[in-house]
Design a protein around this ligand. Structure first.
Ligand code: PLP
Length: 436
């Protein structure tokens, strides 16, 4: 990549959540393979992010490359209105097989956010069909993240999300505090009482409860006891709400089980999948629901589910998703994730003793170091890159979710560089210039 291209990028291309007036630095990537990302100048980085939960098999995976190449030679795309094709059907079959029992109906969407939009529309159409015209609101935990289009934005955390900035534009919904932290922490009776109270107060206006099961991702890398999901499920049943699990981040093994719903031990009414669905190759997502949800919508006045993206069921994306699921199922993924988990725990543990650190937590293939002070992203990232790792912290969260194929040595290196960066902060502290 030339310096001219890089300067074009700085002047013209928005990156996620950035400014074009004051762009943050970006690093030009030439290629990626396994758990290694190679920059344009040849410098190699060990990947700690799996490109935001997606690249569970790592990069440049022969099986996925082959699936894409084969499908390209047949057809890259045809409209899904009036046509169907083998990649979509085979993907559907696998999703019905591997997701919690009862999720038999599938809507293929273009991205995670769109799958959440579809889930929300499904829930509203279902309730309206059942005569609940007043049920057009949603109830959700604070601290959640469900995507960047307007429907999902409206159920993201109201404080750290974009509610203030977009007030008047996005609809308002109902929030309840998020469950207390800790996957194995005992159930807090006071919190359960709060849940019951909030349901009693607003459930009659709500179509569904939506949440990320067990792990709230971009809203704070917060882990909670799956027992709360069973309580929420009971409250949904009692008050006539559907329950939507957003498993876009947690799906496909990341928390140690194939879907985080398995920790809770029941099937939600609707479930969203995305991110690792194609092994990080292409954008694709899916909204699954039970027969009951689909039947009620089908027998409603509208009869149809009112959504249909142009690139729905894209054959290339479906073909690579099929190959990715097959590869995952054929791999020792449970063993890999549990080994990754042990290594993250072992090598991140020393951070817990550092003054700058508030908490260290690990669940499945996710390792989180929470600090007291927010990180200077550009500065931390330069530190990481100089030491050969790719980690992108946000706010007070430094986190790792490497590809499952990462080696023990690579995991150790990722953790070691996090510790070094934290140590360097305490050395800087007395002399750091304001805003540096
Ligand atoms: C990433 C994410 C989304 C949004 O997915 P996009 O593909 O970025 O639209 C929604 N929900 C959760 C839990 C996510 O992690």
């Amino acid at each position: 990549m030339t310096s001219d291209q890089l300067s074009f990028d700085r002047s013209h291309l928005w990156h996620p959540y950035t400014s074009l007036s004051k762009p943050l630095p970006v690093y030009p990537v030439a290629s990626a393979s396994g758990a290694t990302i190679t920059l344009a100048d040849g410098w190699e980085l060990t990947d700690g992010m799996a490109s935001w939960w997606c690249a569970v098999h790592g990069y440049n995976v022969p099986e996925l490359n082959a699936a894409l190449q084969e499908q390209t030679l047949k057809m890259s795309h045809v409209m899904f209105g009036g046509f169907t094709h083998e990649p979509a059907v085979e993907l559907g079959r696998r999703l019905v097989d591997i997701t919690p029992a009862g999720l038999n109906k599938i809507f293929l969407a273009d991205s995670g956010s769109v799958s959440v939009e579809v889930a929300m529309k499904m829930a509203v159409q279902y309730q309206h069909a059942k005569g609940g015209r007043q049920r057009s609101k949603f109830l959700t935990f604070r601290g959640g993240y469900h995507g960047d289009t307007t429907g999902p934005m409206s159920v993201c955390d109201p404080d750290t999300g974009m509610h203030g900035l977009f007030s008047g534009f996005i609809p308002t919904h109902h929030f309840v505090g998020r469950p207390p932290g800790g996957f194995s922490a005992p159930v807090d009776a006071a919190y359960v009482a709060e849940l019951e109270e909030v349901f009693s107060a607003c459930a009659a206006k709500c179509a569904a409860f939506i949440c990320e099961p067990v792990v709230q991702g971009a809203g704070g890398m917060h882990f909670y006891n799956p027992a709360y999901l069973r309580i929420v499920n009971d409250l949904c049943t009692k008050h006539g709400l559907l329950l939507i699990f957003d498993e876009i981040a947690t799906g496909f093994g990341r928390t140690g089980v194939m879907f985080a719903a398995e920790h809770a031990g029941f099937t939600p009414d609707i479930m969203c999948l995305g991110k690792a669905l194609t092994g990080g190759y292409m954008t694709l997502a899916a909204t699954l629901c039970t027969d009951e949800v689909a039947d009620v919508i089908g027998q409603s006045e509208a009869r149809v589910l009112m959504h249909g993206p142009t690139f729905m069921g894209n054959p290339l994306a479906c073909a690579v998703a099929v190959a990715s699921i097959d590869l995952l199922l054929a791999s020792p993924w449970q063993k890999r994730v549990s080994t990754l988990s042990e290594n993250l725990s072992l090598h991140l543990r020393p951070a817990a003793r550092m003054g700058a650190v508030k908490d260290v937590r690990v669940l499945g293939g996710i390792g989180v170091v929470e600090t007291h002070e927010p990180v200077d992203v550009a500065k931390a990232q330069a530190f990481y890159v100089a030491r050969g790792v790719w980690i992108r912290p946000f706010g007070t969260r430094i986190y790792l979710m490497p590809p499952y194929i990462v080696s023990a040595e690579e995991t150790r290196k990722l953790c070691r560089v996090i510790l070094e960066e934290l140590e360097s902060r305490s050395q800087d502290a007395p002399t750091a210039a304001p805003g540096s």
